[in-house]
Design a protein around this ligand. Sequence first.
Ligand SMILES: Nc1ncnc2c1ncn2[C@@H]1O[C@H](COP(=O)(O)OP(=O)(O)OP(=O)(O)O)[C@@H](O)[C@H]1O
Ligand SMILES: [Mg+2]
Length: 224
Amino acid sequence: MTPLLVIEGVRKSFAARRLLDVAGIELAAGESYVLTGENGSGKSTFLRVLAGLERADVDACRFDGRPVELQKYPAWLRQEVIYVHQHPYLFRGSIADNIAFGLKVRDMGRAERCKLVREAIVWAGVEDLLDVPPHRLSGGEKQLVALARARVLHPRLFLLDEPTANLDAQARLQVMGLIRNLCDANSTVMLACHDREIIELPHMHRLHIENGAITACAAPTASR
Ligand SMILES: Nc1ncnc2c1ncn2[C@@H]1O[C@H](COP(=O)(O)OP(=O)(O)OP(=O)(O)O)[C@@H](O)[C@H]1O
Ligand SMILES: [Mg+2]
């Protein structure tokens, strides 16, 4: 089967420091990957390069078999790849407006948009928060809304940056539930994290970054 993403030769430096020197990685469609590594090892930077939010030298990249220049990041690829920040930014307006934003940008008609936003609200379990101004939400609640905002677009690849970091036990459980759901729903998910429970999820492929290089760790063991 054609891999969803193949990227070869990724290099990124800050001044004299070579942060990324990745020979290459391959992500299969419908699989989940966790990227571990020490603080400052380059996890977020790598995800942001894949999302077109950070520039890097890249030898070659193919998405679903189609060659892409990540430096130019074509519009069609922006529709296929969504990055969710560790501390998601929600703009003024309502929670529903935030979730609807990407659909609006894509010129989706109002009726269809409202239906999908409603489904995403239920999926994320944020029905009770709809009247709360986004800037009043807790970190965990913001993360739920950000995951709904990403999922409503049905990208082929979710890039989640430490989605459970700094959350209390209850919020973490809720976010974990959504992550499990994304991983089980045949989406390709790549997460950067330090959270043991996510790292040990069944069928999670483990990648580790150290000294700029990404290596694959032991294959997933548990059966679904
Ligand atoms: N614009 C920049 N200029 C200089 N150095 C930078 C810049 N952006 C990031 N860095 C450095 O690159 C390194 C990697 O950062 P990155 O955020 O990718 O690490 P990380 O693995 O995600 O860490 P954490 O686990 O703490 O989230 C850090 O040491 C950071 O200070
Ligand atoms: Mg990071």
